[in-house]
Ligand binder design. Structure first.
Ligand SMILES: [Cu+2]
Length: 140
């Protein structure tokens, strides 16, 4: 066997293994996502809650967007990502704290079961501006 052929064969083997691993990861993710979505949809149907989904990015020292609007009774799902160090999005009123690191986004959900303006803050000490980190959820 020539060394060119051998290189080609090992490259092919690596490619096949990579595809196999990718396929395994993808199918796992799809399964858990669809199960989550299914149970969420079932719950929404049962309670007539409308799903409101948000993607929020945290950074030193704030959130983008920093204001969210929903209607009373909505099922609120918030996905949190961070631009730099670990942060969280914490609602005292809804008893939920969503942490996010650079490696892992956070997700949290709750029912916006009361009207008002609710401030969220960060529960992970992240620097000198940590205590200024906040956003507002307006429930109308
Ligand atoms: Cu913080």
């Amino acid at each position: 066997m020539t060394s060119k052929k051998r290189t080609a064969i090992s490259l092919f083997t690596i490619l096949v293994l990579t595809l196999f691993l990718l396929a395994a990861c993808t199918s796992q993710q799809t399964t858990s996502l669809s199960e989550n979505t299914k149970s969420m949809l079932q719950n929404s149907e049962q309670n007539n809650n409308i799903l409101k989904e948000f993607f929020v990015e945290a950074f030193q020292f704030g959130y983008s967007p920093s204001e969210l609007h929903v209607t009373e009774g909505d099922r609120v799902v918030i996905h949190l990502a961070t631009r730099d160090v670990p942060h969280s999005l914490n609602f005292r009123e809804f008893e939920i704290n969503i942490p996010a690191t650079a490696e892992k986004n956070g997700t949290g959900e709750f029912i916006a079961n009361k009207k008002g303006r609710f401030t969220w803050n960060c529960r992970i000490p992240c620097g000198f501006g940590h205590s200024d980190m906040h956003g507002i959820l307006v429930v109308e």
